[in-house]
Design a protein around this ligand. Structure first.
Ligand code: FBP
Length: 550
C-alpha cells in the first residue's frame, strides 16, 4: 500500500500515556455510584451493573502479566479521528497482559457481531493503522445492538472465539446499548465482559467523569482551519457573507468550539435558541442586524456559523416538522400521489392540512426549503431534518429581509452569499496529538478494565488539560450516566446527552465576546493541525476543555 510521507513519519509517533498506565497498575475503588437521575428505575433495570464504584488506576508494583485475554472490538456509529488508536491501545494493552492474548475486530459495526463477521487483528494490521484517521481498519455501522436475539447471536460468536470481553467504541446510544448488553451478559453469567469507549465528533458524550469524547478535538481543529481560511478569503475579497453549517446532529459544541478558535461574526447556538424560544424570524432578524451594522461600517462581508441541529431547537420549526412527519406518514395522500402533485399544489395541500400556526411558518419558508421538507423522508416517513440546508434557508431569508429593508431605504449595502457545510471533512482526519494520545490511553485503559474483570464500565481518562503524564485513567459505571427518556413513545434508560450548558464557562466566555467579534473583524486563522513541533502548538486540548477546567 502506498502511503503519504506524513503518514510514514506519523506511524513512528508513540502516543503519550498517563503515568499510571506505563507500568504495572494498581486498581483503586472509589465511591459507589448512582445514576444522574431516575435512580430507582435505572437500578431496577440494571440489578447486576448498577451502583458499582468509580475506578482509578494508579502506579502499582506487582507484575501485570496474567492469563491471556481474548477481546472483540466494535466501532459503532459515525467516524471520529482516533478510532484506530483506541484499537491499537487495546491491542498493545492485551498483548502486555499476555503476548498470547488475541484481539478480534467485528466488521462493519455491531452488525459484524450479530452476523459473525470478524478478523483477527495482528500486529502487521495494527501497525499499518497507528495514528491514522478513519475507521477503515474494520469499518463501522449504525445497526443498533438492542435486541435479545442479537445479544444471543453475539454470545454465540464470543463463545466460539473464546472471548473474555467486548469493547464497544461509540457514542451515547451505542454505549447505552453496551450497558444493556453488559447487564444481560452478567445476568446470564455468560463470562463475557462489556466495556465502552466514548467516541463522537459531536462532543455530546461527556459528563463529570468523561471530560471529552474522542474525535471532537481533531474534527474541530480541521473545521477551524477551514473556517479560518474562509475568513481570510472573506477579509481579502470583502464581498461575501459565508454561511457555514457545521456538523453535530444535536448539540452545538462543534460550533461553539470553532467560534472560540476563530472568532467569526455570527455563531448560532441551538441550545440558546431553544432556551429563548426564538422563532425563525427572530433568528433572521438577529443575523440581519449584524449584517446591516457591518455594512454601515463598509464591511459587506462576514462569516456566520450555523449548527447542523439548529432546526429542531427552534420551537415552531420543531412543531412544524412533527406535524409534517405525521401528515406525510399518515395523511390521505400516498407518497406517490403526493409526489405527482404540481409543486405549488403540493405546498398548498400541505399548508391546508397542518395547524394554522405551522402553516404560517411553512409559508414563510423559501419554496426550495419547503419542498425539501415535504419530499425527503426516511423509511418511517419522517422528515429528514439532517438534509435540510439550514445555511441556505437562513441565507435566503436574510436576503429577502434585506431586500425589504433596501426598499424601505433602511439598508444600502451589498449582500452576496457563499454556502458551505463542514462535517465529513473532519471525521476521518489524522488524529491530532491530543486525540492520538487520548485514544491510545482510552484503549489501554479498556484493556486494563478487562484484565481486572470489570464489566458495564466506560473507559475514562481525565485531567485532560494537564500533560498526558498526569492524566487519570480508570473506569466509570455506565449506569452512572443514565436517566429515563422517551424513545418511540416508551420510557427507556439512556445515557444523558450533554448539550451546551448555558451557564458553563465556554458559552459564557463566547457571549462576553460575540458582540465585539460581530462588528469589528477580529478573525483568528488557526491554520492546519501540526503534528510535529513545539508542544504549545501541537499538544493543545480544545478551548472548550480549557475553559471548562479554568
Ligand atoms: P455519531 O454520533 O455516531 O458519532 O455520529 C455523529 C455524526 O457525525 C453527526 O455529527 C452527523 O449528524 C451524523 O453523524 C452523520 O451521520 P452519517 O455518517 O450517517 O451521515
Amino acid at each position: 500500500m502506498k502511503i503519504s510521507a506524513l503518514q510514514k513519519e506519523r506511524a513512528k509517533y508513540q502516543p503519550k500515556l498517563p503515568k499510571s498506565l506505563k507500568s504495572t497498575v494498581k486498581l483503586v475503588e472509589g465511591e459507589k455510584t448512582e445514576s444522574v437521575a431516575d435512580k430507582k428505575e435505572i437500578e431496577e433495570r440494571f440489578p447486576n451493573t448498577y451502583g458499582m464504584p468509580l475506578l482509578t488506576f494508579e502506579e502499582g508494583k506487582e507484575s501485570s502479566q496474567k492469563e491471556p485475554v481474548n477481546v472483540g472490538v466494535i466501532l459503532s456509529g459515525g467516524q471520529a479521528p482516533g478510532g484506530h488508536n483506541v484499537i491499537s491501545g487495546i491491542f498493545d494493552g492485551v498483548k502486555n497482559i499476555n503476548p498470547e492474548s488475541k484481539l478480534y475486530g467485528f466488521l462493519g459495526g455491531p452488525e459484524g457481531l450479530i452476523e459473525h463477521k470478524y478478523i483477527e487483528l495482528t500486529s502487521e494490521i495494527i501497525d499499518d493503522y497507528r495514528n491514522t484517521g478513519g475507521f477503515d481498519i474494520i469499518g463501522s455501522g449504525r445497526t443498533k445492538l438492542e435486541k435479545k436475539k442479537d445479544f444471543d447471536k453475539g454470545l454465540q460468536i464470543a463463545k466460539d472465539l473464546g472471548l473474555n470481553a467486548l469493547v464497544v467504541i461509540g457514542g451515547d446510544d451505542s454505549n447505552t446499548n453496551a450497558c444493556v448488553l453488559a447487564e444481560y451478559y452478567a445476568k446470564i453469567n455468560s463470562g463475557v465482559q462489556v466495556i465502552g469507549c466514548p467516541k463522537t465528533i459531536d462532543g455530546d458524550l461527556k459528563n463529570e467523569m468523561i471530560e471529552a469524547s474522542f474525535g471532537f478535538d481533531t474534527a474541530t481543529k480541521v473545521y477551524s482551519e477551514l473556517i479560518g481560511n474562509i475568513q481570510r478569503d472573506a477579509n481579502s475579497a470583502k464581498k461575501y457573507w459565508h454561511f457555514i453549517k457545521l456538523m453535530g446532529r444535536s448539540a452545538s459544541h462543534i460550533g461553539l468550539e470553532c467560534a472560540l478558535k476563530t472568532q467569526p461574526n455570527i455563531t448560532l447556538i441551538s441550545e440558546e435558541v431553544a432556551q429563548k424560544q426564538q422563532t425563525l424570524g427572530e433568528i433572521v432578524e438577529y443575523m440581519t442586524g449584524i449584517i446591516v451594522k457591518r455594512a454601515e461600517n463598509g464591511d459587506n462581508f462576514g462569516v456566520a456559523l450555523i449548527p447542523e441541529g439548529l432546526i429542531e431547537f427552534i420551537p415552531e420549526m420543531n412543531i412544524l416538522i412533527s406535524e409534517l412527519s405525521d401528515l406525510l406518514a399518515e395523511g390521505s395522500l400516498s407518497e406517490k400521489e403526493f409526489k405527482h402533485l404540481k409543486k405549488s399544489h403540493r405546498l398548498a395541500w400541505v399548508a391546508e392540512h397542518i395547524s394554522p400556526k405551522s402553516a404560517k411558518v411553512f409559508q414563510s419558508l423559501p419554496s426550495g426549503i419547503a419542498t425539501q421538507l415535504t419530499l425527503d423522508r426516511d423509511s418511517h416517513g419522517n422528515v429528514q431534518v439532517s438534509l435540510i440546508e439550514t445555511e441556505k434557508l437562513l441565507g435566503e431569508m436574510v436576503k429577502t429581509r434585506l431586500e425589504e429593508m433596501k426598499a424601505a431605504k433602511e439598508f444600502s449595502g451589498k449582500f452576496g452569499t457563499q454556502y458551505h457545510f463542514f462535517g465529513y471533512e473532519g471525521r476521518c482526519a489524522a488524529p491530532s496529538n491530543f486525540d492520538a494520545d487520548y485514544c491510545y490511553s482510552l484503549g489501554s485503559t479498556a484493556s486494563t478494565l478487562i484484565s481486572t474483570g470489570k464489566t458495564g464500565y466506560m473507559s475514562s481518562v481525565r485531567n485532560l488539560t494537564a500533560p498526558a503524564d498526569e492524566w487519570i485513567a480508570g473506569g466509570v459505571p455506565i449506569t452512572m450516566m443514565m436517566n429515563m427518556e422517551k424513545r418511540n413513545r416508551k420510557m427507556v434508560p439512556v445515557i444523558q446527552k450533554a448539550l451546551v450548558e448555558l451557564d458553563g464557562a465556554p458559552y459564557k466566555y463566547f457571549v462576553s465576546k460575540r458582540g465585539e467579534w460581530a462588528y469589528s473583524t477580529q478573525f483568528i486563522y488557526p491554520g492546519p493541525i501540526q503534528y510535529f513541533g513545539p508542544s504549545e502548538v501541537c499538544d493543545q486540548p480544545t478551548e472548550t476543555l480549557k475553559l471548562e477546567k479554568s
